[in-house]
Design a protein around this ligand. Sequence first.
Ligand code: AKG
Length: 290
Amino acid sequence: MPMNADQIAAYERDGFLVLENFVTDESCDRLRARAEELVSEFDPAGVVSVFSTHAQTRTSDDYFLESGDKIRFFFEENAFLSDRTLRQSKERSINKIGHALHDLDPAFDKFSRTPEIQQLVSELDISDPLLLQSMYIFKQPRIGGEVTCHQDATFLFTEPLRMVGLWFALEDARRENGCLWVIPGGHKLGLKSRFMRAEGGGTRFEVFDNIPWPEDKLQPLEVKKGTLIVLHGLLPHFSRENRSSKSRHAYTLHVIDASSDYPANNWLQRSSAMPLRGFRSAHYDPVGRS
Ligand SMILES: O=C(O)CCC(=O)C(=O)O
């Protein structure tokens, strides 16, 4: 359904939009079931990589840096006991899967490339869309890690900036299990930093502005399963730890515009054999011809 003028105005004013019932419960459940299969097939031996946003660091190992065109699995920071064994089952230890699910897995391709998402993105000033990054985020019960306050454009920079984040709640997200928090209007504060590949290998942050976020303005977005939260690329947002007994699964998709420059020193890169694509599916034809 097209967005109305009030919704577009709210997005421009606040930098985010909450669209309830954007996805059916059945679609959410299909994606959850597929993620479960991927995790059960994943053998962590030798590839253990942890995802953390604390202290402005992010895992910079090759497993992470090469994941832009792959399906890779990252553990929660608190997944391990001191002897490096898992505190909970493998299924309850993964922080997220990233970053090319939407291109490599048919179920994720189908979920990501619907006419509804295509239309929404076209209404957000992205006329030549490219699906850049996807993540399945588990926010595991009890050990789900905090995601510190950030702008997605820090990690997925384009010049000029034309990028939108789509955050799909696959389960109810409440304060208790680590819902998203946003700073309404914070997208007008400018870009604070860029996370990029460093010249000598690894990654680094380039900081443009050290002023702390106005955290008193943070607002929780408690949403129901099936809700889509649209995030402007510059909107500051974060999520708290999950200490509850409930998980908080979400799927995120980041879309950029082909007319903007995508710098070669952005952390997320792809091999030339797997170029970015728009809404034409490689696996699935919404009209049913293939
Ligand atoms: O799902 C979350 O808890 C936060 C995700 C997020 O902000 C991100 O990955 O950019």
